[in-house]
Design a protein around this ligand. Structure first.
Ligand SMILES: [Zn+2]
Ligand SMILES: [Zn+2]
Length: 253
């Protein structure tokens, strides 16, 4: 974040880098799991009936371009606030202990999880659903290109959690990048369409509470279950978890 770089140049650079990085990542995963390697991963496929076609992928790619452009609005907001000295971000490594960085990271993952769950529930409200979130649910059989397939308003709202976070929480700057990378990895894993995690995961205390590709796939196929992003806590607490989840997760070859 060199303060001498003009804002438009910094944002354009971010948009280009993010777009290349994102499309390279989902493109490679799509090629490996859905094309060339599909026969090898057949046993890991969550939804056995294929419903993804060229039209779905084209629609998802055009929605993704919108999401990537909207994400530069978040970057612009952070950059402007950072340059104005309003944020609690710092690039001084000496100002934070390793434990502080780790705790902040975990705390913000939990905050993002709660933000996503409640916003997601709101967007499923019968009076709101068709205007915004319906775009993401057009994909029932999800694949890596579904990960960023959002309406512009949804992209804006889902990513907005970062604004109060950088204003309130003292944070080491690279940890912000690590949070974004962690969020992207979780999102792409959720929409892979293949379950790579071992069956015993749901029997291990602690680990069983994490999100999986099966967990989110069931949100797309059952619609009003499994709203959460990173963990199963909120769905369990609010009674919105699919009763089929652990069975579907464990009953594969
Ligand atoms: Zn939804
Ligand atoms: Zn989804």
């Amino acid at each position: 974040m060199d303060p001498r770089t003009p804002l438009w140049q910094a944002l354009l650079g971010q948009l280009i880098t993010q777009s290349i990085g994102y499309f390279a990542l989902v493109g490679v995963l799509y090629a490996v799991f859905w094309r060339w390697g599909a026969p090898w991963f057949a046993a890991r496929r969550i939804q056995k009936t294929p419903r993804v076609d060229g039209a779905q992928v084209r629609r998802e790619v055009s929605n993704t371009v919108v999401t990537l452009v909207v994400s530069t609005i978040h970057i612009a907001a952070i950059l402007l606030m950072y340059r104005a000295g309003w944020t609690k971000l710092s690039s001084d490594r000496g100002a934070f202990s390793a434990a502080q960085i780790a705790l902040t990271f975990v705390g913000l993952v939990l905050f993002n999880d709660a933000w996503f769950y409640w916003l997601h529930r709101l967007m499923h409200h019968k009076r709101l659903f068709r205007y915004v979130h319906a775009v993401h649910h057009k994909s029932v059989d999800v694949n890596p290109f579904t990960s960023y397939s959002f309406h512009a308003v949804e992209a804006l709202l889902l990513g907005a959690w970062i604004v109060p976070a950088v204003l309130i929480v003292p944070m080491y700057l690279p940890a912000l990048g690590a949070l974004q990378a962690f969020g992207l990895a979780n999102n792409v894993m959720s929409h892979l369409g293949y379950e790579l995690l071992p069956k015993w995961l749901v029997r291990v205390p602690g680990l069983r509470w994490t999100n999986t590709a099966t967990f989110h796939q069931l949100h797309h196929s059952q619609f009003d279950k499994n709203y959460a992003l990173h963990f199963r806590f909120w769905d369990r607490l609010m009674g919105t978890e699919s009763p089929d989840y652990e069975r579907v997760f464990s009953e594969r070859e």
